[in-house]
Ligand binder design. Structure first.
Ligand code: AMP
Ligand code: MG
Length: 500
């Protein structure tokens, strides 16, 4: 076994070129800390394409030396591992002290497109923010985050990424012992709404200002010279998050635990815990076993979006205007724009899902009526949109068969076809455009569970196959019908759990 804090300088070894701006700029928002050693690590999955994108050497990393880094057994040269501090509203209640209890930021690299990216280990042991937790993660949840995050990326949705997953060779104790694992996660940053709340809760004005300045520099350089940069910063975050949640809604994704500590400033999806994709369309869908009141139900996500962003606004009041009332007024104006902004993004996404390329005032009603018919007919969300294009190609049965009451769908489809005529686009052109926005392959819950169960038995083949399918979600492949099908109907509703 390699010693936990060994530093490498050998040029043949994986090299990262770390440039750690967070550690340099934001004292008070982190604690330096080392990973705990892993007894017998094994590489479960490695993301070559992402390594290349990060400007890293995939061959050097897909090795024993890479494994030593991804397991936390070796600290690569230039890394200054740290656990970030944050607070957060969890299910509406404020927790002033959360932070990376099971994660370590190894450092930041500048990728091949000149973007600054965080490289983080998740599950690498206790940190000063672990509270009662063990700082560990299990194979199942680590691979779940890997799979769903990479699927989201392939779907074109802003997200953190997975560079590697390793098993540690040790058991982690949840309800029963589980095989331990570590995820190497890549993010445009790990700054959360909760990071701002952490500084604000301590009344540390200068530190919150420094955090805002840092976040502007890192994510929203275009507003650095704005007349009111902190107000513009808030508006920029609301815009990014409204766009993100609209994408989730367009694709049937339920995050499951939209606490403010799980909402990024960058607008990337983060912290895949109890998340899942909806099968048949039901706006009240909740998968998470701990979301008893449906706070984070599918249809409630846009509401929570505004609620969480309001928590961010509260941390910025004193920077927006010296006159508190004026500051509140300005921030409130921006908060009031969140809902319409979200709706604009959502509607644009839905228009393209049903093949519309122009705007008509009646489109909203047309789309909402389809959703109603889907809800009443218990139709599969993903497949309805995908098969609408087949209807344009002359096969209406495929989509019709998804509804318990096909007649109601037919009535809607006649209106839809009339509306498409208005656009005057050739049917095949329109169908092709629809197939580029409506995936055929999403991480179906039963497929994810199958892959994770096999991985727990040391069989990574189903995981790799599923990952390969999900990496091309819009390209239908003969022989992969099984991956497109919804879960067989059972009397036990699908449940997800938090314990990464
Ligand atoms: P999450 O539910 O993943 O968003 O995590 C909420 C908070 O609990 C974060 O501060 C985590 O770092 C912390 N946490 C979750 N699991 C563990 C664990 N096994 N050990 C230590 N901290 C944890
Ligand atoms: Mg979290």
């Amino acid at each position: 076994m390699v010693k936990p804090t060994e530093t490498m300088a050998d040029p043949a070894r994986p090299h990262f070129n770390f440039d750690n701006s967070f550690a340099r700029s934001l004292e008070g928002f982190f604690k330096f800390c080392q990973a705990e050693p892993a007894a017998d690590p094994k590489l479960l999955q490695f993301n070559h394409a992402l390594a290349e994108e990060l400007g890293l050497d995939p061959v050097a990393l897909d090795s024993e030396a890479g494994l030593a880094i991804f397991s936390g057994n070796v600290t690569p040269e230039g890394s200054e591992p740290l656990a970030q501090a944050y607070a957060g509203h969890q299910f509406g209640g404020f927790a002033p002290q959360l932070g990376d209890g099971r994660a370590l930021l190894l450092g930041e690299v500048i990728d091949t497109r000149q973007r600054r990216r965080d490289i983080q280990l998740k599950g690498s042991g206790r940190t000063p923010f672990s509270r009662g937790g063990d700082g560990k993660a299990a194979v199942g949840p680590v691979l779940r985050e890997y799979l769903i995050g990479e699927s989201m990326h392939a779907l074109g949705i802003p997200t953190t990424r997975a560079l590697a997953a390793v098993s540690t060779g040790e058991a982690v104790y949840r309800e029963f012992p589980l095989p331990g694992a570590i995820l190497t996660r890549v993010a445009s940053s790990h700054i959360r709404v909760g990071t701002f709340e952490f500084g604000a809760a301590r009344g540390d004005v200068d530190k919150v200002r420094a955090l805002a300045d840092y976040a502007i520099q890192r994510h929203y350089t275009e507003i650095a010279d704005a007349e009111n940069p902190y107000l513009s910063f808030f508006a920029a975050v609301t815009d990014a998050q409204a766009a993100l949640v609209a994408r989730w809604m367009n694709i049937g994704f339920i995050h499951g635990v939209m606490n403010t500590d799980n909402m990024t400033i960058s607008g990337e999806t983060i912290d895949y815990g109890p998340c899942a994709f909806m099968d048949s369309y039901a706006p009240g869908t909740v998968f998470s076993s701990i979301d008893h009141h449906g706070r984070y139900a599918y249809a409630n996500q846009p509401v929570i979006l505004a609620w969480n962003l309001t928590r961010l606004a509260e941390t910025l009041v004193r920077f927006v205007d010296p006159d508190k009332d004026r500051a509140m007024e300005l921030l409130t104006e921006t908060i009031e724009r969140i809902q319409p902004l979200y709706e604009t993004y959502w509607l644009a996404g839905m228009r393209s899902k049903i093949g519309l390329s122009t705007e008509d005032p009646l489109d909203l009603e047309l789309i909402n009526d389809l959703l109603s018919v889907m809800e009443e007919g218990h139709a599969d969300f993903t497949l309805v949109f995908r098969r609408l294009s087949q209807a344009l190609r002359g096969n209406s049965d495929a989509v019709q068969n998804l509804f318990e009451e096909p007649a109601a769908f037919d009535v809607w489809a006649q209106r839809w076809r009339k509306r498409l005529e208005q656009d005057g686009i050739a049917a095949e052109t329109c169908a092709e455009a629809m197939d580029r926005v409506n995936p055929i392959y999403i991480p179906r819950n039963h497929k994810v569970e199958e892959a994770l169960a096999a991985a727990n038995r040391d069989d990574m083949v189903p995981f790799s196959e599923l990952l390969a399918v999900l990496s091309h979600p819009f390209d239908e492949v003969t022989g992969n019908e099984d991956y497109a099908a919804p879960a067989p109907v059972t009397d036990r509703p699908y449940k997800t759990f938090c314990g990464t």
